[in-house]
Design a protein around this ligand. Structure first.
Ligand code: ADE
Ligand code: ZN
Length: 317
């Protein structure tokens, strides 16, 4: 069987996916026209040409700029529906989807409007036999701990549609420990917890995500390979890492996919899952990540099946 067919035929969960990172240029311009918003690019081709990132921050600047086109519940519904169609074709049966509430409320879009669109897309997906969906609201580090806490408090009426709190955006200079109060408040609301750590930030940030924030999964986490004790801890606890290989190449966390620490993490017994992060920007959806890794690392059908299984075993239940 061809590799792609094998991969798309494996039932899998996608656990590290930013909804706003699924905004393809064609949809961005369609929404810009619908809402009378202008984008700082001449058109689809010019926007795609700008996807040449030096690091996480250079990506985030463009990513936040493109979000300006998302204004109504219908926009969020359309964006989520497009992703879920795509995910279904990739064999995704469960998607745990991040979104950045503060980046929308800061532009005057009410949280209830965002959640209404997400909720509609999730219901339509299940009704159509597509992926089951849960949403994880992320606090954006660049807006600081006080705003993060206020955002968590604002989630209270939406608990149920929103099942978890995450932490994302600019990592360096924003240690997880700064967000302890927001994570405690989230648990008080019955939310589950995950956090980005060890993407560009040091292994110490992964330790803090585990020991100070008490997260159940670490998003990225790949810099844990620099700390043998941390790798042992992750393996012993069975803490999932939601790894995003093509993202790590595009954001220059690694120079080449063949240099990626994934094989070392697997050998050490760390529970790894494969995900796409921001697929519209990084050149691949979740199946593309499986295929690229299989080619780079010579993975067998059994290896790919084990990774898909690990993703299903790592969902928030
Ligand atoms: N927000 C969207 N993608 C992200 C990433 N890869 N790291 C941190 N924050 C993000
Ligand atoms: Zn991410």
């Amino acid at each position: 069987m061809a590799l792609r067919e094998l991969v798309t035929g494996l039932a899998k969960a996608e656990l590290h996916l930013h909804l706003e990172g699924t905004l393809e240029p064609e949809l961005a311009f369609a929404l810009a026209a619908r809402n009378g918003v202008s984008l700082p690019y001449a058109g689809v081709a010019a926007l795609r040409r700008a996807y040449d990132f030096a690091d996480l921050q250079s990506f985030l600047d463009l990513y936040y700029a493109c979000m300006a086109v998302l204004r109504t519940a219908e926009d969020f519904r359309d964006l989520a529906a497009a992703y879920l169609d795509r995910a279904r074709a990739d064999g995704v049966v469960r998607a745990e989807v991040f979104f950045d509430p503060q980046e929308h409320t800061a532009r005057g879009v009410p949280l209830a409007e965002v959640v209404a669109g997400l909720s509609r897309a999730a219901q339509e997906s299940v009704a159509a036999g597509g992926p089951q969906v849960a949403f994880i609201a992320c606090a954006v580090r660049h807006r600081g701990p006080a705003e993060a806490l206020a955002m968590v408090e604002s989630l209270e009426p939406h608990v149920g549609t929103v099942v978890g709190l995450g932490l994302d955006s600019t990592e360096r200079g924003h240690p997880p420990r700064d967000y302890a109060r927001a994570f405690d408040a989230a648990r008080g609301l019955g939310l589950r917890t995950v956090a980005h750590a060890g993407e560009e930030g040091p292994p110490a940030y992964v330790w803090e995500a585990l020991d100070v924030l008490g997260v159940e999964r670490v998003d990225h986490g790949v810099r844990c390979v620099e700390d043998a004790a941390l790798v042992r801890r992750l393996a012993a606890d069975g803490t999932p890492l939601t790894v995003c290989p093509l993202s790590n190449v595009r954001l220059r966390v690694v120079d080449d996919l063949r240099d990626h620490p994934l094989p070392r993490l697997l050998d050490a017994g760390v529970r790894v899952t494969l995900n796409s992060d921001d697929p519209a920007y990084f050149g691949g959806y979740v199946a593309d990540n499986y295929v690229a890794c299989a080619e780079a690392f010579g993975w067998s059908e059994a290896d790919l099946t084990a990774l898909a299984r690990a993703s299903l075993d790592s969902v928030l239940r």
